[in-house]
Design a binder for this molecule. Structure first.
Ligand code: NAG
Ligand code: NAG
Length: 373
């Protein structure tokens, strides 16, 4: 680990280099780059809306910064073009992306199964994927890059080792997340490792095992200086703070802030930095799930808090947003990636494949936005 003292004394000599992970909140003073692919999706969606009130509200969503989901290796070159575009805009630009291509991905569900498998060269493929991402960020040292790392992967190792695919993938997930950390040590990078959400790892029995696992994976990396903390509620529906969602009962840590406050001291004990980003992209409406574990295109959801560093909690660097309108998974029972969560009573249907545009769901997210758009 770099020591804060040596970096600070170095920076006092070269104030123009006044950012480096580990020193602070990357979102402070940053302008978040709008992801062009998402802006295009929203603009195309808006063009098909006839209700003029809804159309005007939907159009404003294009201005909400989101993460670029690198769910296949072929998207890394697109990511590179976004870094170049951000670089051309000037200083303090921040690009957000999700690293999401582990072999045997989504080990406890089906809907987001990925392109790489452990049995078929997936470890080497993933190392190449990470190295290609590193090559892109190295080209643009003046652009701040925030990565959310591998949604659901380490959380699955806390609670789902009873699933054979997860048990088989456990050591690979750990070593490859450590590989990602080791190879993304550029000074313009901040990593937030995915930590599930309050209704998952927030249960009291899961907190300490989770903190130990995050600490273990960080220690497995050759250097973890650019690990800023954890990302929570990515693609989920929990409130940052608010009244208890009945689906969470009897979990005492029933919202993201309670979860974060409970986990933070345990992270510190395990040598892991206790800073967070929290996705509130679909957390505008609480109490819409039959069961807390329901995750697929939950009906009645609305856009939640907009991205801000004014989070009301010093542990939380920023509120962030997954691209609202992209599906969590298909409701087509014949699809190879069909997951039964996507045809439950509280799932919006018919739903297209994970990651693809879901127009009617987008419109209801806009309609139910809280705060209103
Ligand atoms: C048009 O959209 C607005 C805002 O979402 C909504 O309140 C209203 O009910 C819609 N009108 C119709 C006719 O659907
Ligand atoms: C459902 O998936 C099957 C298999 O991929 C495909 O043939 C079929 O066209 C899909 N149905 C719909 C309604 O998209």
């Amino acid at each position: 680990m770099k020591t804060a003292y040596s970096i600070l004394s170095f920076l006092s000599l070269f104030p123009s280099l006044a950012f480096a992970a580990g020193l602070g909140n990357p979102y402070t003073g940053a302008t978040i780059f709008p992801i062009p692919a998402y802006v295009a999706e929203v603009n195309a969606a808006v063009a098909t809306i006839t209700n003029s009130t809804l159309k005007a509200k939907a159009a404003t969503v294009a201005q909400i910064p989101t993460f670029f989901w690198m769910d296949v290796a072929s998207k890394v070159s697109t990511f590179g073009t976004y870094l170049a575009a951000a670089n051309a805009r000037g200083s303090n630009q921040l690009v957000q992306a999700v690293i999401y291509d582990l072999p045997d991905r989504d080990c406890s569900a089906q809907a987001s199964a990925g392109e790489f498998s452990i049995a078929n060269g997936g470890v080497q493929n993933y190392e190449n994927y990470i190295n290609s991402i590193a090559a892109q960020v190295t080209k643009f040292p003046n652009v701040r890059v925030v990565f959310a790392v591998e949604p659901d992967s380490l959380p699955n190792l806390v609670t789902n080792l009873g699933v054979a695919k997860c048990a088989n993938a456990a050591s690979t997930y750990k070593s490859l997340v450590a590989h990602a950390i080791s190879n993304l040590q550029q000074n313009n990078v901040w990593l937030y490792i995915d930590a599930g959400h309050s209704g998952w790892l927030g249960w009291p029995a899961n907190l300490s095992p989770a903190a130990q696992l995050f600490g273990q994976v960080l220690k497995m990396s050759s250097s973890g200086s650019t690990v800023r903390g954890l990302a929570t509620d990515v693609s989920n529906y929990n409130l940052l703070r608010g009244a208890e969602d009945p689906a969470q009962a009897p979990n005492p840590n029933f919202d993201e802030e309670l979860y974060i406050n409970a986990l933070a001291p345990m992270l510190t004990q395990n040598g892991f930095p206790a800073n967070f980003i929290v996705d509130q992209g679909r957390s505008g409406v609480s109490g819409i799930r039959t069961a807390e574990g329901d995750w697929c295109n939950v009906k009645g959801a609305g856009l939640g808090m907009r991205p801000t560093t004014n989070t009301g909690n010093t542990l939380i660097d920023s509120i962030v947003v997954k691209p609202p309108g992209e599906s969590d998974g298909t409701s087509n029972t014949s699809s190879s990636r069909f997951d039964s969560h996507c045809t439950q009573g509280d799932a919006a249907q018919p739903a297209p494949e994970a990651g693809t545009w879901f127009q009617s769901y987008f419109q209801s997210l806009v309609q139910n936005a809280n705060p209103a758009l």
